[in-house]
Design a protein around this ligand. Structure first.
Ligand SMILES: [Zn+2]
Length: 259
């Protein structure tokens, strides 16, 4: 049954004129990237209040540790078979555009490209002069900083300061309360409306306005595929739904389309 459904999706995908892929956090869990929300008990505040400009000013230790922890995990993680499958499909001409809610850069590290709706944790920039840096710039050079945080001795150091001007560095992600980067949003909306096949991977479609993309596609008559471990509110409007992990399904589809 599963094989028959995969055959159907692969046939629809390979015949699509404008296939668009949309990915979320479930895309990266098989890369060993922990969901920061599930690291409960580590943070002293909820991510919604930590990941804000107000927190950077009011509580820089909490803000910087939260991002240093996430940046450290991100560079330890590697793209998985799902990222590789999408990159291969794209380079063979079977993905017109890939939109992602993820900030981990794993699509790019797998050799692909992505419209990053929520920015990226691969780079940081200076609030003073605007200079940009690799996000590993923000990691403390000393060891033991995670233990310092757990025991209450952690303080943000010179790694959080721009080497050029002394301004504060910030991650290039969209913080709570900030709007999505206009260019990325415009591009995502445009390609979603142009899609005739729209493939959601690893997103529960809970976060707006990103979750409007599949709705734009449906309004334009696209066929919808959803690959997500849990049900989503659009499952009923999808032609194919796989409640499964992303990497296995994508690898099986890639195999059918390009071998
Ligand atoms: Zn600067």
């Amino acid at each position: 049954m599963m094989a028959a459904l995969l055959d159907e999706v692969a046939a629809a995908w390979s015949n699509a004129r404008y296939p668009v892929v949309f990915t979320g956090a479930g895309m990266s869990t098989e890369s060993g990237l922990p969901d920061f929300r599930s690291a409960r008990g580590l943070w002293k505040q909820r991510p919604e209040s930590l990941a804000t400009m107000a927190a950077l000013r009011r509580d820089p230790g909490e803000f910087y540790f939260f991002y240093q922890w996430r940046i450290a995990r991100l560079w330890e993680a590697a793209p998985n078979a799902g990222h590789a499958a999408l990159a291969a499909l794209a380079s063979a001409g079977f993905v017109r555009r890939l939109i992602t809610q993820n900030v981990d850069g794993l699509h790019q590290r797998a050799g692909g490209e992505a419209v990053e709706l929520h920015g990226t944790l691969r780079t940081v920039s200076c609030l003073g002069c605007g200079a940009g840096y690799d996000s590993r710039q923000l990691l403390p050079a000393r060891t033991g900083w995670e233990e310092e945080y757990r025991s209450g001795r952690y303080r943000p150091g010179k790694e959080c300061i721009c080497p050029g001007c002394g301004g504060s560095l910030r991650p290039d992600v969209v913080l709570f309360g900030e709007s999505l980067p206009g260019d990325a949003w415009d591009e995502a909306a445009r390609v979603s409306r142009a899609a005739d096949l729209f493939v959601v991977v690893g997103s529960s479609l809970a976060v707006g306005p990103a979750n409007l993309c599949p709705e734009f596609a449906l309004e334009s008559g696209a066929r919808l595929v959803i690959v997500n471990r849990e049900a989503t509110h659009l499952d009923g409007r999808a032609e194919w739904v796989f409640h499964d992990k992303a990497a296995g399904v994508l690898a099986a589809i890639r195999e059918r389309i390009i071998g």
